[in-house]
Design a binder for this molecule. Structure first.
Ligand code: SF4
Ligand code: SF4
Length: 125
């Protein structure tokens, strides 16, 4: 039975988005200065969060598309350090994917593009 999907890079996020619709995404208020004003809401005098994530059934206002199918972040270049902390296959990723009934991911390194399988062999003619 397929219990894990093996992925090679961050492309997995483009068909997921679970962590953007599971956690409260909070950060030091100054990070919000780079984001559209209406995408951020204050939490405390020093912390803000992405709108839509401080509620039951969170979903970040910047998340576009359908979770588990095809998604994108409309503020990807300006996203907070909190967003960047979640890595494919880490504990938070697994937790969010499980909550959205998505199969776990494991990350495998890309093969070294500088070498090939036949480096140590001569051609037989
Ligand atoms: S839960 Fe994991 S795979 Fe899904 S978007 Fe977040 S980091 Fe990417
Ligand atoms: S800002 Fe982008 S990366 Fe961060 S939670 Fe929202 S949709 Fe996800």
């Amino acid at each position: 039975m397929l219990s894990q999907l093996i992925i090679q890079d961050q492309d997995a996020c483009l068909s997921c988005g679970a962590c953007c619709a599971y956690f409260r995404v909070s950060f030091y208020w100054a990070e919000g200065e780079a984001l559209p004003e209406n995408y951020v809401e204050p939490l405390t005098p020093v912390y803000s969060c992405m709108k839509g994530t401080n509620q039951n059934n969170p979903r970040c206002i910047a998340l576009e598309g359908d979770v588990g199918k095809q998604v994108s972040c409309s503020v990807y270049a300006e996203r907070s350090s909190t967003c960047k902390e979640v890595q494919v296959g880490d504990e938070q990723c697994m937790k969010a994917r499980k909550a959205h009934h998505l199969i776990p991911l494991i990350e495998i390194p890309l093969p070294d593009s500088g070498s090939s399988n036949d480096d140590d062999y001569d051609q037989v003619s």
